[in-house]
Design a protein around this ligand. Structure first.
Ligand SMILES: Cc1ncc(COP(=O)(O)O)c(C=O)c1O
Length: 399
């Protein structure tokens, strides 16, 4: 059987224009209708971190970061922070009154805890980020924090369900934050997990406010339509487009308040929003072991097909790791993204934008990562054929 990638190659070889793809491989997992099946709250799966007692559900991970700063009493304090970050977590720290002290992250996305140690004067906490689900050296992080006598904030926004061997990411910090909607098909959701003395102080945080229903509905419908397109191709694509147009019209008429996820900026007005009931429902309908298994399989497939031409920044998969995506270095990110999209592969530009708090040139490895890293999808909705299609398109692009 000839697959889409081979058809594209043949068409191009014959001097024809490549056929428009009938189906786009989405860069994010989608919500399947059966995930809205009503289940009792007791059906919440007992996997880390959902099995932990000192847990708070929030609309975003950034809200959990805000709460973490309050819990640790870090307003006005200096906090060691990796120079490679999304930007919204940094905005949250700055809005909460933290003074960040940046340390180096190397070209393989490893935190340089020796650089952090060299900058650790009058420090009140250590902030660590696991990139794309790949674990940092948490033994080194803990050693540094213990030597300084400060707590660790473990940012697992990109590392839900991931482990370092047997130990779950998020179980190393004194407080940990997670983003749910990056790994799972929920319309919104973030988590704050606290341990020890901080767990006992969780009740001092203000209660979460339920998010606006129209906003959650609009995210949920978008993801269900994305799923329809994934399953039915062209028919679903047209239905999605029609619904999108109708949705835009409705939103403009009804003045619907939409609290967008995945944005670059912290908004204090949304800081007390909690997770929606719809997200709780979708959460009860997840097969977590299956998600990890499929993400690992898809990463393995991309790795096997691409390691000679586009090895991932993060290297081979170690046991337990749940990859968020396959981080591939490219010279012309915008061009590569456009050409892959033309072949029906959605990708994400990983952190090109630098927050002005970190001057360009101070961390050359980080600048290079921002310029070059492109995310290829490995999520749970991709079949082995989809992963093969993604890899074939990348090979063509690089040929
Ligand atoms: C490392 C990191 N921390 C925190 C966040 C904030 O996540 P959320 O969008 O759920 O607020 C992000 C968002 O991309 C992130 O990449």
């Amino acid at each position: 059987m000839v697959n889409t990638a081979q058809r594209l190659r043949v068409a191009e070889g014959q001097g024809e224009r490549a056929p428009a793809p009938t189906r786009t491989v989405p860069c994010m997992q989608t919500t399947w209708p059966h995930m809205l099946f009503p289940r009792p709250a007791a059906a919440v799966p007992l996997v880390f971190p959902f099995d932990q007692p000192a847990l708070r559900y929030r609309y975003f991970a950034r809200n959990a970061v805000w709460d973490a700063i309050r819990l640790l009493g870090l307003a006005g304090e200096r906090v060691l922070m990796p120079a490679y970050h999304h930007g919204v977590e940094l905005e949250t720290l700055l809005a909460a009154g933290v003074k960040p002290v940046f340390f180096r992250v190397d070209a393989q996305m490893h935190c340089d805890f020796e650089d952090a140690r060299a900058k650790a004067q009058n420090i009140a906490a250590l902030y660590v980020i696991h990139y794309a689900g790949f674990p940092q050296d948490m033994a080194a992080a803990r050693q540094l924090a213990n030597d300084l006598g400060v707590p660790v904030i473990e940012d697992c926004a990109l590392a839900l369900l991931s482990r370092d061997g047997e130990k779950p990411l998020g179980s190393f910090g004194d407080v940990s934050v997670f983003c749910l909607y990056k790994t799972l098909p929920v319309p919104n959701g973030g988590l704050l997990l606290a341990r020890g003395e901080f767990a006992r102080k969780l009740d001092t945080l203000p209660p979460a406010v339920p998010p606006p229903i129209p906003s959650t509905a609009s995210h949920l419908i978008g993801s269900l339509l994305s799923n329809l397109e994934l399953r039915t191709g062209e028919v679903g694509r047209r239905a999605r487009q029609a619904m999108r147009d109708a949705g835009r019209w409705f939103v403009s008429r009804a003045n619907v308040e939409r609290v967008s996820t995945g944005t670059q900026h912290f908004n204090i007005a949304d800081v007390h929003l909690g997770m929606s009931a719809a997200s709780h429902l979708v959460l009860r309908n997840q097969d977590f072991a299956g998600i990890v298994e499929r993400r690992r399989r898809n990463y393995f497939l991309l790795y096997a097909m691409l390691r000679d031409v586009a090895p991932p920044i993060t290297g081979e998969l170690k046991p337990g790791v749940c990859p968020l995506f396959y981080p591939m270095p490219v010279e012309d990110k915008a061009g590569a993204m456009a050409r892959l999209l033309a072949r029906g592969v959605e990708t994400v530009d990983f952190w090109r934008l630098r927050h002005p708090a970190v001057a360009s040139g101070l961390f050359p490895d980080v600048d290079k990562l921002r310029e070059r890293v492109l995310e290829l999808p490995v999520h749970q909705d991709l079949s082995p054929a989809d992963a093969e299609h993604v890899a074939s398109c990348v090979r063509e692009l690089l040929a």
